[in-house]
Design a protein around this ligand. Structure first.
Ligand SMILES: *Cc1c(COP(=O)(O)O)cnc(C)c1O
Length: 422
């Protein structure tokens, strides 16, 4: 459930009129609803409350939306953070996430990033290779610290999602194959600077079926038992993220957090570990929209094109993954038409909706691309020397620009002429 609704015929984010907001801050612009973020976090936390020993840690996957205000909104509710770079670690800490609620994932953490995590005193590193175990052992030893690690395993399970966001199959780059997890644990345990305390997995994103997750957790349960039999103490298991969100009203909704929680309860029964979760999309996806203004409408040979001022550089998912975002007219209309919604960028992949039935709009009208709160602004670029898209957060009747538009002139100012061209 989100807080984007029509009031008096105009789409609102909570109590804020999106037409008025667009007039004030300009388009394109991402708009987030704080109440929706809060609601999604609470629903997920409630679905996993009481599972495992101690309090489960719900560590928001920052890569889904690393905006400082988004992270701070969640940190206030007790969220932890799953970070995958030194930049995300710095953001999580700046947003007020306590270090002991931060998990560091990633297949290619560099020495400076490991150092930053050790320095900050994060809860654990999820190590993804034998080579990383050696790198981290050396970094921790040099810092005179002992750090907790979980071995991220590749469970060899097909997540049955888009290939580009599937991460747990045998030929994916992530994690250590299950068959070598025991050896990796022994390798880590031999380093006095490392404390191997658990295992982790994350098999992919936008999962629409609990089956692959349940299969993964079953394999992890077997691994916990065999590691314990080998004399290791297993205190934590990180179950990753991946639960999908509804993007299309005409497609069956993915399993609910409650269904997921019930499955986790079954799958992890008797493990006697603290559980860690890393939801990203589920928390942020439906908490954001991309607002854009129609530049013009043009007729092709067989298609009608609606050209809007947002483009693939602002929201990459449709061109990267063929992703679907629902299109709404900010001023409600009953008129519908079939059109192709595109941005101004000089690539045919700059298409948000192809031959889709949608509300009829004309030049100057506003549209909202829905469910754009996750993997939206964070993937934005300045391709075609366009401005970097700004972000606004709404809370009740308040709103604030939480990431400023960076204009093309500012970006050009970072370029220099080579001395021989001056
Ligand atoms: C991307 C990612 C997540 C979050 O995935 P969602 O599908 O957004 O929930 C969690 N953990 C890891 C390690 C990731 O890479």
């Amino acid at each position: 459930m989100d807080h984007f609704d029509y009031r008096g015929g105009v789409l609102h984010a909570e109590d804020v009129d999106l037409a008025a907001l667009a007039a004030e801050v300009g388009t394109p612009v991402y708009v987030y609803s704080a109440a929706t973020l809060e609601r999604h976090f609470r629903v997920f936390a409630a679905a996993v409350a009481g599972l495992g020993t101690g309090d489960p840690l719900v560590a928001f996957a920052c890569k889904a939306n690393p905006n400082l205000s988004v992270l701070a909104t969640l940190a206030r509710l007790g969220a932890g953070a799953d970070v995958v770079s030194a930049g995300e670690l710095a953001r999580a800490l700046a947003a007020g996430v306590p270090a002991n609620r931060i998990v560091f994932s990633g297949v290619g953490k560099q020495v400076f990033e490991l150092q930053a995590g050790v320095e900050a005193g994060i809860l654990q590193f999820n190590v993804e290779s034998e080579a990383e175990i050696e790198m981290l052992a050396a970094v921790a030893q040099a810092a005179g610290k002992r750090v907790d690690i979980a071995v991220r395993v590749n469970p060899g399970v097909d997540a049955k999602t888009h290939a580009k966001i599937s991460t747990g199959g045998d030929d994916n780059k992530f994690g250590i194959p299950l068959s070598r997890a025991g050896a990796a644990f022994a390798q880590a345990a031999a380093h006095p600077s490392l404390r191997p305390v658990g295992i982790a997995a994350h098999i992919g994103s936008q999962l629409s079926d609990l089956g692959p997750l349940e299969a993964t957790f079953g394999r992890m349960g077997g691994l916990v038992a065999s590691l314990r039999a080998a004399g290791h103490s297993i205190e934590r298991v990180d179950l990753g993220g991946g639960l999908g969100v509804p993007y299309r009203p005409d497609v069956a909704a993915p399993p609910s957090p409650a269904d997921y929680g019930a499955m986790v309860a079954r799958a992890t029964k008797g493990w006697d570990v603290r559980l860690i979760f890393e939801p990203g999309r589920l928390i942020a996806g439906n908490a954001g929209v991309l607002l854009s203004r129609v530049i013009l409408v043009k007729q092709g040979v067989g298609k009608a094109f609606v050209v809007i001022d947002a483009a693939m550089n602002d929201l990459l998912r449709p061109s990267l993954y063929g992703a679907w975002h629902d299109v709404q007219a900010v001023r409600a209309t009953d008129e519908r038409t079939t059109a192709t919604l595109v941005g101004p960028i000089c690539e045919s992949g700059d298409t948000f909706a192809d031959d889709r039935e949608m509300p009829t709009v004309k030049a100057g009208d506003l549209v909202a691309l829905m469910t754009a709160g996750a993997y939206g602004a964070t993937m934005a670029s300045t391709y075609n020397s366009r401005d970097l898209v700004p972000e606004v957060m709404v809370s009740g009747s308040d709103h604030a620009v939480v990431s400023a538009r960076r204009v093309a002139a500012d970006m050009m100012a970072l370029d220099t002429r080579a001395p021989w061209l001056v």
